[in-house]
Design a protein around this ligand. Structure first.
Ligand SMILES: Cc1ncc(C[n+]2csc(CCOP(=O)(O)OP(=O)(O)O)c2C)c(N)n1
Length: 617
Protein backbone atom coordinates (compact mmCIF):
# COMPACT_ATOMS: atom_id res chain seq x y z
CA UNK A 1 0.00 0.00 0.00
CA UNK A 2 1.27 3.46 -0.90
CA UNK A 3 2.14 5.83 1.93
CA UNK A 4 0.13 9.09 2.25
CA UNK A 5 3.09 11.18 1.10
CA UNK A 6 3.50 9.12 -2.06
CA UNK A 7 -0.21 9.35 -2.88
CA UNK A 8 -0.19 13.10 -2.25
CA UNK A 9 2.67 13.59 -4.70
CA UNK A 10 1.07 11.56 -7.56
CA UNK A 11 1.28 13.34 -10.93
CA UNK A 12 -1.84 11.82 -12.50
CA UNK A 13 -5.42 12.43 -11.42
CA UNK A 14 -6.54 9.93 -8.77
CA UNK A 15 -9.37 9.09 -6.43
CA UNK A 16 -8.72 8.49 -2.75
CA UNK A 17 -10.43 8.56 0.62
CA UNK A 18 -8.80 11.48 2.39
CA UNK A 19 -9.28 13.40 5.59
CA UNK A 20 -10.16 17.08 5.06
CA UNK A 21 -6.75 18.07 6.42
CA UNK A 22 -4.98 15.75 3.95
CA UNK A 23 -7.08 16.94 1.02
CA UNK A 24 -5.90 20.49 1.73
CA UNK A 25 -2.29 19.36 1.26
CA UNK A 26 -3.04 17.99 -2.22
CA UNK A 27 -4.63 21.36 -3.05
CA UNK A 28 -1.45 23.08 -1.82
CA UNK A 29 0.60 20.90 -4.17
CA UNK A 30 -1.67 21.37 -7.19
CA UNK A 31 -1.85 25.14 -6.75
CA UNK A 32 1.93 25.48 -6.50
CA UNK A 33 1.91 26.80 -2.94
CA UNK A 34 5.59 27.40 -2.38
CA UNK A 35 5.99 28.37 1.27
CA UNK A 36 3.91 26.95 4.12
CA UNK A 37 4.28 27.86 7.80
CA UNK A 38 2.35 26.70 10.83
CA UNK A 39 2.23 26.40 14.58
CA UNK A 40 0.52 23.19 15.73
CA UNK A 41 -2.97 23.08 17.17
CA UNK A 42 -6.11 21.04 16.75
CA UNK A 43 -8.10 20.71 14.47
CA UNK A 44 -5.39 21.28 11.85
CA UNK A 45 -2.27 19.30 12.97
CA UNK A 46 -2.93 16.55 10.41
CA UNK A 47 -2.20 19.08 7.67
CA UNK A 48 1.35 19.16 9.01
CA UNK A 49 1.37 15.38 9.47
CA UNK A 50 0.40 14.94 5.80
CA UNK A 51 3.08 17.41 4.73
CA UNK A 52 5.69 15.62 6.84
CA UNK A 53 4.69 12.29 5.27
CA UNK A 54 6.31 13.60 2.05
CA UNK A 55 10.10 13.17 2.33
CA UNK A 56 11.69 16.60 2.67
CA UNK A 57 13.71 16.36 -0.55
CA UNK A 58 10.56 15.51 -2.52
CA UNK A 59 8.38 18.33 -1.19
CA UNK A 60 7.62 20.86 -3.91
CA UNK A 61 7.45 23.57 -1.25
CA UNK A 62 9.23 24.85 1.84
CA UNK A 63 7.54 23.98 5.14
CA UNK A 64 8.30 25.09 8.68
CA UNK A 65 6.88 24.96 12.14
CA UNK A 66 7.30 28.56 13.21
CA UNK A 67 7.59 29.41 16.91
CA UNK A 68 4.04 30.76 16.98
CA UNK A 69 1.14 31.67 14.73
CA UNK A 70 2.13 35.31 14.41
CA UNK A 71 5.56 34.39 13.12
CA UNK A 72 4.03 31.75 10.81
CA UNK A 73 1.77 34.46 9.33
CA UNK A 74 4.71 36.81 8.89
CA UNK A 75 6.90 34.14 7.25
CA UNK A 76 4.13 33.28 4.78
CA UNK A 77 3.51 36.99 4.11
CA UNK A 78 7.20 37.69 3.49
CA UNK A 79 7.49 34.73 1.13
CA UNK A 80 4.45 35.94 -0.80
CA UNK A 81 6.00 39.40 -1.20
CA UNK A 82 8.71 37.62 -3.15
CA UNK A 83 6.05 36.42 -5.59
CA UNK A 84 5.48 32.94 -4.11
CA UNK A 85 2.03 31.61 -3.34
CA UNK A 86 2.17 30.97 0.40
CA UNK A 87 0.06 29.55 3.19
CA UNK A 88 -0.10 29.79 6.97
CA UNK A 89 -2.30 27.38 8.89
CA UNK A 90 -3.20 27.07 12.54
CA UNK A 91 -6.03 26.61 15.00
CA UNK A 92 -8.83 28.96 16.08
CA UNK A 93 -7.12 30.64 19.02
CA UNK A 94 -3.95 30.84 16.97
CA UNK A 95 -5.60 33.77 15.22
CA UNK A 96 -5.51 35.72 18.49
CA UNK A 97 -1.74 35.37 18.50
CA UNK A 98 -1.41 36.17 14.79
CA UNK A 99 -3.89 39.02 14.85
CA UNK A 100 -1.56 42.00 15.04
CA UNK A 101 -0.05 40.96 11.72
CA UNK A 102 -3.16 39.33 10.28
CA UNK A 103 -5.28 42.53 10.37
CA UNK A 104 -2.66 44.30 8.25
CA UNK A 105 -2.67 41.70 5.48
CA UNK A 106 -5.65 43.01 3.52
CA UNK A 107 -3.92 46.39 3.26
CA UNK A 108 -0.97 44.87 1.46
CA UNK A 109 -0.34 44.08 -2.17
CA UNK A 110 0.64 40.44 -1.63
CA UNK A 111 2.16 39.78 -5.02
CA UNK A 112 2.37 35.99 -4.82
CA UNK A 113 -0.99 35.55 -3.06
CA UNK A 114 -1.49 34.10 0.41
CA UNK A 115 -3.95 31.60 1.86
CA UNK A 116 -4.60 31.26 5.59
CA UNK A 117 -6.19 27.95 6.58
CA UNK A 118 -7.84 28.39 9.94
CA UNK A 119 -9.30 25.56 11.97
CA UNK A 120 -12.18 26.84 14.08
CA UNK A 121 -13.43 24.61 16.85
CA UNK A 122 -17.18 24.85 17.48
CA UNK A 123 -17.83 22.64 20.49
CA UNK A 124 -14.38 23.47 21.93
CA UNK A 125 -13.40 19.85 21.23
CA UNK A 126 -9.74 20.66 21.75
CA UNK A 127 -9.51 24.35 22.61
CA UNK A 128 -9.65 26.54 25.67
CA UNK A 129 -12.70 28.39 24.29
CA UNK A 130 -15.26 28.32 21.49
CA UNK A 131 -14.53 31.58 19.74
CA UNK A 132 -16.16 32.37 16.40
CA UNK A 133 -13.40 33.81 14.25
CA UNK A 134 -15.91 35.09 11.72
CA UNK A 135 -16.13 38.11 14.05
CA UNK A 136 -12.55 38.95 13.16
CA UNK A 137 -12.78 38.46 9.42
CA UNK A 138 -15.09 41.41 8.85
CA UNK A 139 -12.80 43.68 10.82
CA UNK A 140 -9.80 42.39 8.90
CA UNK A 141 -11.55 42.75 5.53
CA UNK A 142 -10.53 39.35 4.28
CA UNK A 143 -12.40 36.99 2.00
CA UNK A 144 -13.42 33.80 3.78
CA UNK A 145 -14.45 30.58 2.08
CA UNK A 146 -16.11 27.93 4.23
CA UNK A 147 -16.12 24.32 2.99
CA UNK A 148 -18.60 21.87 4.43
CA UNK A 149 -16.77 18.64 3.56
CA UNK A 150 -13.26 17.30 2.87
CA UNK A 151 -13.99 17.46 -0.88
CA UNK A 152 -14.89 21.11 -0.61
CA UNK A 153 -11.85 21.73 1.59
CA UNK A 154 -9.75 20.63 -1.40
CA UNK A 155 -11.79 22.60 -3.93
CA UNK A 156 -12.10 25.76 -1.83
CA UNK A 157 -8.38 25.88 -1.13
CA UNK A 158 -7.88 25.94 -4.90
CA UNK A 159 -10.42 28.75 -5.24
CA UNK A 160 -8.74 30.63 -2.39
CA UNK A 161 -5.35 30.28 -4.09
CA UNK A 162 -6.73 31.42 -7.46
CA UNK A 163 -8.41 34.46 -5.90
CA UNK A 164 -5.38 35.30 -3.76
CA UNK A 165 -3.14 35.26 -6.85
CA UNK A 166 -5.63 37.22 -8.96
CA UNK A 167 -6.14 39.98 -6.41
CA UNK A 168 -2.65 39.77 -4.86
CA UNK A 169 -4.23 39.42 -1.47
CA UNK A 170 -4.94 37.04 1.40
CA UNK A 171 -7.87 34.62 1.42
CA UNK A 172 -8.97 32.55 4.40
CA UNK A 173 -10.23 28.97 4.19
CA UNK A 174 -12.29 28.46 7.34
CA UNK A 175 -12.32 24.82 8.34
CA UNK A 176 -14.10 23.48 11.40
CA UNK A 177 -13.20 20.41 13.45
CA UNK A 178 -15.28 17.79 11.64
CA UNK A 179 -14.50 19.12 8.17
CA UNK A 180 -10.83 18.71 9.08
CA UNK A 181 -11.27 15.22 10.45
CA UNK A 182 -14.02 13.68 8.30
CA UNK A 183 -12.93 11.36 5.49
CA UNK A 184 -14.39 11.31 2.01
CA UNK A 185 -13.62 9.83 -1.39
CA UNK A 186 -12.33 12.70 -3.48
CA UNK A 187 -11.33 12.98 -7.14
CA UNK A 188 -8.04 14.84 -7.33
CA UNK A 189 -6.70 16.54 -10.45
CA UNK A 190 -3.30 16.17 -12.04
CA UNK A 191 -0.28 17.98 -10.71
CA UNK A 192 2.23 19.02 -13.29
CA UNK A 193 5.50 20.46 -12.06
CA UNK A 194 6.67 22.17 -8.88
CA UNK A 195 6.12 25.93 -8.93
CA UNK A 196 9.34 27.92 -9.37
CA UNK A 197 10.69 29.70 -6.30
CA UNK A 198 10.71 33.47 -6.65
CA UNK A 199 12.62 36.29 -4.98
CA UNK A 200 10.97 39.22 -6.75
CA UNK A 201 10.35 41.58 -3.86
CA UNK A 202 10.19 45.18 -4.96
CA UNK A 203 9.05 48.16 -2.92
CA UNK A 204 7.50 49.46 -6.15
CA UNK A 205 4.78 46.79 -5.72
CA UNK A 206 3.81 48.43 -2.42
CA UNK A 207 3.32 50.58 -0.44
CA UNK A 208 4.12 48.14 2.33
CA UNK A 209 4.32 50.65 5.17
CA UNK A 210 0.86 51.53 6.40
CA UNK A 211 1.49 54.73 8.31
CA UNK A 212 -0.61 57.90 8.66
CA UNK A 213 -2.28 58.93 5.40
CA UNK A 214 -0.99 55.82 3.62
CA UNK A 215 -2.95 53.61 6.01
CA UNK A 216 -6.23 55.21 4.92
CA UNK A 217 -5.46 54.92 1.24
CA UNK A 218 -4.46 51.31 1.69
CA UNK A 219 -7.69 50.68 3.56
CA UNK A 220 -9.69 52.11 0.63
CA UNK A 221 -7.89 49.76 -1.73
CA UNK A 222 -8.59 46.79 0.52
CA UNK A 223 -12.31 47.61 0.39
CA UNK A 224 -12.15 47.59 -3.42
CA UNK A 225 -10.33 44.26 -3.38
CA UNK A 226 -13.03 42.77 -1.20
CA UNK A 227 -15.69 43.96 -3.67
CA UNK A 228 -13.82 42.30 -6.52
CA UNK A 229 -13.55 39.15 -4.42
CA UNK A 230 -17.35 39.22 -4.30
CA UNK A 231 -17.42 39.08 -8.10
CA UNK A 232 -15.04 36.09 -8.11
CA UNK A 233 -17.26 34.30 -5.59
CA UNK A 234 -20.33 34.84 -7.78
CA UNK A 235 -18.60 33.75 -10.99
CA UNK A 236 -17.21 30.64 -9.30
CA UNK A 237 -20.73 29.78 -8.04
CA UNK A 238 -19.57 29.32 -4.46
CA UNK A 239 -22.97 30.25 -3.04
CA UNK A 240 -25.47 27.69 -4.27
CA UNK A 241 -29.20 27.24 -3.99
CA UNK A 242 -30.37 23.68 -3.51
CA UNK A 243 -33.99 23.64 -4.58
CA UNK A 244 -36.45 21.09 -3.28
CA UNK A 245 -39.64 20.00 -5.02
CA UNK A 246 -41.73 21.54 -2.24
CA UNK A 247 -43.54 24.84 -2.26
CA UNK A 248 -41.25 27.81 -1.94
CA UNK A 249 -42.63 28.87 1.41
CA UNK A 250 -39.70 28.00 3.58
CA UNK A 251 -35.99 28.36 2.99
CA UNK A 252 -32.81 27.90 5.01
CA UNK A 253 -29.58 29.83 4.67
CA UNK A 254 -26.58 28.00 6.03
CA UNK A 255 -22.87 27.28 5.54
CA UNK A 256 -20.09 24.88 6.49
CA UNK A 257 -20.69 21.69 8.41
CA UNK A 258 -24.21 22.77 9.41
CA UNK A 259 -25.16 22.20 5.77
CA UNK A 260 -24.21 18.53 6.10
CA UNK A 261 -26.15 18.26 9.37
CA UNK A 262 -29.17 19.60 7.49
CA UNK A 263 -28.77 16.99 4.76
CA UNK A 264 -28.62 14.31 7.47
CA UNK A 265 -31.77 15.63 9.06
CA UNK A 266 -33.71 15.70 5.81
CA UNK A 267 -32.39 12.40 4.51
CA UNK A 268 -35.42 10.51 5.77
CA UNK A 269 -37.90 13.31 5.24
CA UNK A 270 -40.35 13.66 2.38
CA UNK A 271 -40.36 17.41 3.01
CA UNK A 272 -37.28 19.50 2.48
CA UNK A 273 -37.06 23.27 2.39
CA UNK A 274 -34.91 25.02 -0.18
CA UNK A 275 -31.40 25.67 1.02
CA UNK A 276 -29.04 28.50 0.19
CA UNK A 277 -25.58 27.18 1.00
CA UNK A 278 -23.03 29.95 1.40
CA UNK A 279 -19.56 28.85 0.36
CA UNK A 280 -18.25 32.34 1.08
CA UNK A 281 -19.08 33.80 4.48
CA UNK A 282 -17.21 37.05 3.92
CA UNK A 283 -18.07 39.06 1.91
CA UNK A 284 -21.72 38.01 1.63
CA UNK A 285 -23.31 38.22 -1.80
CA UNK A 286 -26.30 40.58 -1.40
CA UNK A 287 -27.76 39.75 -4.81
CA UNK A 288 -27.94 36.00 -4.26
CA UNK A 289 -29.25 36.43 -0.71
CA UNK A 290 -31.89 38.99 -1.70
CA UNK A 291 -33.13 36.76 -4.53
CA UNK A 292 -33.48 33.87 -2.06
CA UNK A 293 -35.28 36.09 0.46
CA UNK A 294 -37.69 37.44 -2.17
CA UNK A 295 -38.66 33.98 -3.35
CA UNK A 296 -39.60 32.60 0.10
CA UNK A 297 -42.08 33.52 2.79
CA UNK A 298 -39.97 32.45 5.73
CA UNK A 299 -36.24 32.08 5.97
CA UNK A 300 -34.30 30.39 8.75
CA UNK A 301 -30.66 31.31 9.15
CA UNK A 302 -28.96 28.26 10.53
CA UNK A 303 -25.48 29.02 11.78
CA UNK A 304 -23.26 27.62 14.49
CA UNK A 305 -22.00 29.89 17.26
CA UNK A 306 -22.49 33.63 16.77
CA UNK A 307 -25.19 35.43 14.78
CA UNK A 308 -22.85 36.80 12.12
CA UNK A 309 -24.87 35.84 9.03
CA UNK A 310 -28.12 36.63 10.76
CA UNK A 311 -27.31 40.22 11.64
CA UNK A 312 -25.99 40.98 8.17
CA UNK A 313 -28.90 39.30 6.37
CA UNK A 314 -31.50 40.99 8.59
CA UNK A 315 -29.87 44.35 7.90
CA UNK A 316 -29.92 43.59 4.17
CA UNK A 317 -33.58 42.61 4.30
CA UNK A 318 -34.43 45.80 6.23
CA UNK A 319 -32.53 48.04 3.81
CA UNK A 320 -34.34 46.50 0.84
CA UNK A 321 -37.78 46.49 2.43
CA UNK A 322 -38.02 42.71 2.12
CA UNK A 323 -41.21 41.37 3.69
CA UNK A 324 -39.94 37.82 4.16
CA UNK A 325 -39.84 36.65 7.77
CA UNK A 326 -36.19 36.11 8.72
CA UNK A 327 -35.64 33.80 11.68
CA UNK A 328 -32.29 33.47 13.38
CA UNK A 329 -31.22 32.63 16.89
CA UNK A 330 -34.08 32.45 19.35
CA UNK A 331 -33.97 34.49 22.53
CA UNK A 332 -33.26 31.50 24.74
CA UNK A 333 -30.65 30.05 22.40
CA UNK A 334 -27.27 29.99 24.03
CA UNK A 335 -24.88 30.52 21.08
CA UNK A 336 -22.98 27.48 22.35
CA UNK A 337 -21.93 24.21 20.72
CA UNK A 338 -21.95 22.56 17.32
CA UNK A 339 -25.00 22.16 15.14
CA UNK A 340 -24.91 18.38 15.15
CA UNK A 341 -27.75 16.65 13.27
CA UNK A 342 -29.61 16.22 16.58
CA UNK A 343 -29.29 19.86 17.52
CA UNK A 344 -30.20 20.93 13.98
CA UNK A 345 -33.34 18.84 14.12
CA UNK A 346 -34.29 20.30 17.50
CA UNK A 347 -33.77 23.79 16.18
CA UNK A 348 -35.96 23.13 13.12
CA UNK A 349 -38.70 21.59 15.25
CA UNK A 350 -38.64 24.59 17.59
CA UNK A 351 -38.88 27.06 14.71
CA UNK A 352 -41.35 25.12 12.58
CA UNK A 353 -43.31 22.82 14.94
CA UNK A 354 -45.61 21.68 12.11
CA UNK A 355 -42.75 20.28 10.11
CA UNK A 356 -42.50 16.52 10.63
CA UNK A 357 -38.85 15.58 10.67
CA UNK A 358 -37.75 12.04 11.52
CA UNK A 359 -34.87 11.79 14.01
CA UNK A 360 -31.56 11.32 12.24
CA UNK A 361 -29.94 7.96 13.00
CA UNK A 362 -27.38 8.73 15.63
CA UNK A 363 -24.86 6.01 16.46
CA UNK A 364 -24.15 7.81 19.73
CA UNK A 365 -27.71 7.12 20.84
CA UNK A 366 -27.58 3.47 19.90
CA UNK A 367 -24.27 2.89 21.68
CA UNK A 368 -23.86 5.49 24.42
CA UNK A 369 -20.21 6.15 25.22
CA UNK A 370 -19.55 7.08 28.86
CA UNK A 371 -17.76 10.43 29.24
CA UNK A 372 -14.07 10.01 30.03
CA UNK A 373 -12.03 12.77 31.66
CA UNK A 374 -8.77 13.75 29.99
CA UNK A 375 -5.74 12.34 31.75
CA UNK A 376 -1.97 12.13 31.46
CA UNK A 377 -0.59 9.03 29.78
CA UNK A 378 0.95 6.15 31.74
CA UNK A 379 4.58 6.98 32.46
CA UNK A 380 4.08 10.71 31.78
CA UNK A 381 6.92 12.71 33.32
CA UNK A 382 4.45 15.46 34.20
CA UNK A 383 2.68 13.04 36.58
CA UNK A 384 5.90 12.35 38.48
CA UNK A 385 6.55 16.10 38.53
CA UNK A 386 3.15 16.94 40.02
CA UNK A 387 3.44 14.12 42.56
CA UNK A 388 6.81 15.52 43.67
CA UNK A 389 5.87 19.23 43.48
CA UNK A 390 2.74 18.70 45.57
CA UNK A 391 5.00 17.67 48.44
CA UNK A 392 6.90 20.96 48.17
CA UNK A 393 3.80 23.18 48.16
CA UNK A 394 2.03 24.58 51.17
CA UNK A 395 -1.72 25.03 51.38
CA UNK A 396 -1.72 28.78 50.82
CA UNK A 397 0.64 28.73 47.81
CA UNK A 398 -0.97 29.79 44.53
CA UNK A 399 -0.30 27.79 41.36
CA UNK A 400 -0.86 29.14 37.85
CA UNK A 401 -1.32 26.72 34.94
CA UNK A 402 -0.47 27.13 31.28
CA UNK A 403 -1.56 25.34 28.14
CA UNK A 404 -0.23 21.86 27.36
CA UNK A 405 -0.46 18.30 28.66
CA UNK A 406 0.65 19.66 32.04
CA UNK A 407 -2.60 21.65 32.29
CA UNK A 408 -4.05 18.34 33.47
CA UNK A 409 -2.21 18.87 36.74
CA UNK A 410 -5.28 20.87 37.83
CA UNK A 411 -7.26 17.63 38.11
CA UNK A 412 -7.34 15.35 41.14
CA UNK A 413 -5.24 13.97 42.70
CA UNK A 414 -2.67 16.75 42.14
CA UNK A 415 -4.91 19.84 41.89
CA UNK A 416 -2.00 22.03 40.87
CA UNK A 417 -2.83 24.95 38.58
CA UNK A 418 -5.73 27.10 39.69
CA UNK A 419 -5.90 29.71 36.91
CA UNK A 420 -5.48 29.38 33.13
CA UNK A 421 -5.92 31.82 30.27
CA UNK A 422 -3.99 30.90 27.16
CA UNK A 423 -0.54 29.90 25.90
CA UNK A 424 2.28 31.67 27.71
CA UNK A 425 0.05 33.55 30.14
CA UNK A 426 1.18 31.84 33.34
CA UNK A 427 4.19 34.02 34.18
CA UNK A 428 2.30 37.29 33.64
CA UNK A 429 -0.64 36.12 35.75
CA UNK A 430 1.75 34.89 38.44
CA UNK A 431 3.50 38.28 38.46
CA UNK A 432 0.20 40.03 39.05
CA UNK A 433 -0.70 37.59 41.82
CA UNK A 434 2.65 38.22 43.48
CA UNK A 435 2.06 41.96 43.93
CA UNK A 436 1.34 43.16 47.51
CA UNK A 437 1.66 39.53 48.45
CA UNK A 438 4.15 38.51 51.11
CA UNK A 439 2.11 35.62 52.42
CA UNK A 440 1.30 33.48 49.41
CA UNK A 441 4.09 32.18 47.28
CA UNK A 442 3.22 32.07 43.59
CA UNK A 443 4.28 29.26 41.25
CA UNK A 444 3.78 29.35 37.47
CA UNK A 445 3.97 26.36 35.12
CA UNK A 446 5.02 26.46 31.48
CA UNK A 447 5.66 23.79 28.82
CA UNK A 448 8.79 24.01 26.68
CA UNK A 449 7.00 24.60 23.35
CA UNK A 450 4.89 27.29 25.00
CA UNK A 451 8.03 28.84 26.51
CA UNK A 452 9.17 29.74 22.98
CA UNK A 453 5.67 30.42 21.63
CA UNK A 454 4.48 33.12 24.02
CA UNK A 455 6.13 32.41 27.37
CA UNK A 456 9.28 34.46 26.90
CA UNK A 457 7.78 37.98 27.16
CA UNK A 458 6.13 37.11 30.49
CA UNK A 459 9.38 35.73 31.83
CA UNK A 460 11.38 38.74 30.65
CA UNK A 461 8.79 40.92 32.34
CA UNK A 462 9.43 39.19 35.68
CA UNK A 463 13.12 40.05 35.34
CA UNK A 464 12.53 43.58 34.14
CA UNK A 465 10.04 44.38 36.89
CA UNK A 466 11.61 42.24 39.63
CA UNK A 467 8.62 40.02 40.33
CA UNK A 468 8.78 37.36 42.97
CA UNK A 469 7.65 34.07 41.46
CA UNK A 470 8.87 30.55 40.88
CA UNK A 471 8.53 29.21 37.35
CA UNK A 472 8.47 25.47 36.79
CA UNK A 473 9.37 24.67 33.20
CA UNK A 474 7.90 21.31 32.25
CA UNK A 475 10.43 20.24 29.65
CA UNK A 476 9.49 17.11 27.71
CA UNK A 477 11.36 17.95 24.51
CA UNK A 478 8.31 18.22 22.28
CA UNK A 479 4.97 19.89 21.66
CA UNK A 480 3.23 16.92 23.21
CA UNK A 481 -0.40 17.87 23.43
CA UNK A 482 -0.82 18.52 19.73
CA UNK A 483 1.02 15.42 18.52
CA UNK A 484 4.77 15.74 19.14
CA UNK A 485 5.80 18.49 16.80
CA UNK A 486 9.37 19.72 17.02
CA UNK A 487 9.99 23.12 18.61
CA UNK A 488 12.80 25.65 18.98
CA UNK A 489 14.10 23.94 22.14
CA UNK A 490 15.75 21.30 19.95
CA UNK A 491 18.11 24.02 18.68
CA UNK A 492 18.11 26.52 21.57
CA UNK A 493 18.40 24.76 24.96
CA UNK A 494 16.04 26.42 27.44
CA UNK A 495 18.68 26.49 30.16
CA UNK A 496 21.11 28.46 27.96
CA UNK A 497 18.39 30.92 27.15
CA UNK A 498 17.46 31.37 30.82
CA UNK A 499 21.10 31.97 31.71
CA UNK A 500 21.47 34.40 28.84
CA UNK A 501 18.46 36.35 30.08
CA UNK A 502 20.10 36.67 33.47
CA UNK A 503 17.96 34.30 35.55
CA UNK A 504 20.22 33.63 38.53
CA UNK A 505 18.43 30.75 40.20
CA UNK A 506 18.02 27.85 37.77
CA UNK A 507 17.67 24.33 39.15
CA UNK A 508 17.01 21.30 37.05
CA UNK A 509 16.37 17.58 37.38
CA UNK A 510 14.60 14.64 35.80
CA UNK A 511 11.02 14.38 37.04
CA UNK A 512 11.43 10.67 37.72
CA UNK A 513 13.84 11.69 40.52
CA UNK A 514 10.83 12.60 42.58
CA UNK A 515 12.42 13.32 46.00
CA UNK A 516 15.14 15.41 44.40
CA UNK A 517 12.54 17.43 42.50
CA UNK A 518 10.60 18.04 45.73
CA UNK A 519 13.77 19.42 47.34
CA UNK A 520 14.65 21.59 44.32
CA UNK A 521 11.20 23.14 44.27
CA UNK A 522 11.41 23.89 48.01
CA UNK A 523 14.83 25.52 47.52
CA UNK A 524 13.65 27.49 44.50
CA UNK A 525 10.56 28.79 46.27
CA UNK A 526 12.72 30.17 49.07
CA UNK A 527 14.54 32.42 46.57
CA UNK A 528 13.42 36.08 46.38
CA UNK A 529 12.72 37.25 42.84
CA UNK A 530 12.35 35.00 39.82
CA UNK A 531 13.59 31.44 40.24
CA UNK A 532 13.21 28.62 37.74
CA UNK A 533 13.05 24.86 38.12
CA UNK A 534 13.39 22.86 34.92
CA UNK A 535 11.43 19.65 35.47
CA UNK A 536 12.49 17.43 32.60
CA UNK A 537 11.55 14.06 31.27
CA UNK A 538 10.97 13.07 27.64
CA UNK A 539 7.36 12.64 26.56
CA UNK A 540 6.79 8.94 27.24
CA UNK A 541 4.04 8.55 24.65
CA UNK A 542 6.48 9.65 21.97
CA UNK A 543 9.28 7.57 23.49
CA UNK A 544 7.25 4.37 23.85
CA UNK A 545 5.81 4.69 20.32
CA UNK A 546 9.35 4.85 18.96
CA UNK A 547 10.50 1.99 21.18
CA UNK A 548 7.67 -0.26 20.04
CA UNK A 549 8.84 0.05 16.44
CA UNK A 550 12.29 -1.34 17.28
CA UNK A 551 12.93 -4.98 16.28
CA UNK A 552 12.75 -7.43 19.16
CA UNK A 553 10.94 -4.98 21.40
CA UNK A 554 9.35 -6.62 24.45
CA UNK A 555 6.81 -4.66 26.49
CA UNK A 556 7.61 -4.69 30.20
CA UNK A 557 5.20 -3.73 32.93
CA UNK A 558 4.83 -3.38 36.66
CA UNK A 559 2.79 -5.56 38.98
CA UNK A 560 1.52 -5.16 42.52
CA UNK A 561 3.00 -7.76 44.83
CA UNK A 562 -0.06 -8.81 46.86
CA UNK A 563 2.12 -10.07 49.70
CA UNK A 564 3.68 -6.65 50.24
CA UNK A 565 0.74 -4.39 49.34
CA UNK A 566 -1.17 -3.28 52.43
CA UNK A 567 -3.63 -1.18 50.44
CA UNK A 568 -2.48 2.33 51.29
CA UNK A 569 -3.55 3.14 47.71
CA UNK A 570 -1.03 5.94 47.15
CA UNK A 571 -0.52 4.58 43.62
CA UNK A 572 -4.20 5.21 42.84
CA UNK A 573 -5.08 8.14 45.07
CA UNK A 574 -1.92 10.26 45.08
CA UNK A 575 0.00 9.22 41.96
CA UNK A 576 -3.09 8.54 39.84
CA UNK A 577 -1.63 6.50 36.98
CA UNK A 578 -4.56 5.11 34.94
CA UNK A 579 -2.71 1.79 34.81
CA UNK A 580 -3.80 1.01 38.37
CA UNK A 581 -7.30 -0.22 39.15
CA UNK A 582 -8.64 -0.65 42.65
CA UNK A 583 -10.88 -3.68 42.87
CA UNK A 584 -13.95 -3.84 45.15
CA UNK A 585 -11.99 -5.88 47.72
CA UNK A 586 -9.40 -3.06 47.97
CA UNK A 587 -6.64 -4.88 46.09
CA UNK A 588 -4.93 -3.11 43.20
CA UNK A 589 -4.19 -4.54 39.75
CA UNK A 590 -2.19 -3.29 36.79
CA UNK A 591 -3.85 -2.85 33.41
CA UNK A 592 -1.32 -4.47 31.11
CA UNK A 593 -2.81 -2.78 28.04
CA UNK A 594 -1.88 0.60 29.52
CA UNK A 595 1.29 0.02 31.54
CA UNK A 596 4.50 0.90 29.69
CA UNK A 597 6.77 -0.53 32.38
CA UNK A 598 8.53 2.76 33.06
CA UNK A 599 8.46 2.17 36.81
CA UNK A 600 8.05 5.84 37.76
CA UNK A 601 5.27 4.67 40.07
CA UNK A 602 7.55 2.50 42.15
CA UNK A 603 8.81 5.41 44.26
CA UNK A 604 5.29 6.35 45.24
CA UNK A 605 4.47 3.19 47.19
CA UNK A 606 5.53 3.45 50.84
CA UNK A 607 5.65 -0.38 51.12
CA UNK A 608 7.54 -0.88 47.83
CA UNK A 609 4.79 -3.21 46.65
CA UNK A 610 5.07 -2.09 43.02
CA UNK A 611 7.51 -4.41 41.30
CA UNK A 612 8.64 -4.94 37.73
CA UNK A 613 6.62 -7.72 36.07
CA UNK A 614 9.19 -10.43 36.16
CA UNK A 615 10.01 -9.76 39.85
CA UNK A 616 6.44 -10.50 40.95
CA UNK A 617 5.95 -13.76 42.81
C1 LIG B 1 -2.47 30.06 20.53
C2 LIG B 1 -2.52 28.59 20.60
N1 LIG B 1 -1.87 27.87 19.68
C3 LIG B 1 -1.90 26.52 19.72
C4 LIG B 1 -2.59 25.88 20.71
C5 LIG B 1 -2.66 24.39 20.74
N2 LIG B 1 -1.85 23.82 21.81
C6 LIG B 1 -2.38 23.37 22.96
S1 LIG B 1 -1.21 22.81 23.99
C7 LIG B 1 0.01 23.15 22.93
C8 LIG B 1 1.45 22.87 23.12
C9 LIG B 1 1.91 22.61 24.37
O1 LIG B 1 3.26 22.17 24.27
P1 LIG B 1 4.16 22.37 25.50
O2 LIG B 1 4.10 23.75 25.97
O3 LIG B 1 5.53 21.87 25.18
O4 LIG B 1 3.48 21.44 26.58
P2 LIG B 1 3.26 19.83 26.51
O5 LIG B 1 1.94 19.57 25.89
O6 LIG B 1 4.40 19.26 25.74
O7 LIG B 1 3.27 19.40 27.94
C10 LIG B 1 -0.49 23.70 21.78
C11 LIG B 1 0.35 24.07 20.65
C12 LIG B 1 -3.27 26.68 21.65
N3 LIG B 1 -4.00 26.14 22.63
N4 LIG B 1 -3.21 28.01 21.58
Amino acid sequence: MKKTGEVLMGKDPFEEIFMGNEAVVRAMIETGTKVIASYPGSPTPEIAAAILSIPEDQRPFYFEFSVNEKVATEVAFGAALNGNLSCAFFKSVGLNVALDSFVQLSLMNITGGMVVVLGDDPGANSSQNEQDNRNVYRMSRVTVLEPSSPKEAYEYYKHAAALAIKEQTVVVVRLTTHVCHARQKIKFSAYENPAPSRTNFSRANGPYIALTVMALDMKRKSIQKLKRAGQYIRQAGLNTEIKSNNSRNKGIITSGLTFLSLLDVFELSSYRPDILKLGAVNPLDPEVILAFLHSHKEILILEELDDILELQIKALAYDHGVKTKVIGKTEDEDFVGEYTPDKTRDKLSAVWPDMVIPSPASPALLFPVPPRPAQMCPGCGHRSAFFAIKKALEKEDVTVADIGCHTLGYMPPYEIGEVLLCMGASTGIASGLSLFNDKKRVVAFLGDSTFFHAGLPGLINTLFNHHNITLILMENGTTAMTGHQDHAGSVIPVENLLKGLGVESILSCDTYSQSKLTELVKTSMAVKGISVVIAKHPCMLKYSRQKRKQPGFVQTHVDIDPEICNQTHDCVERFGCPTFTRKPDGSVTTNLDLCIGDGSCRQTCPEKAIVFGKEAK
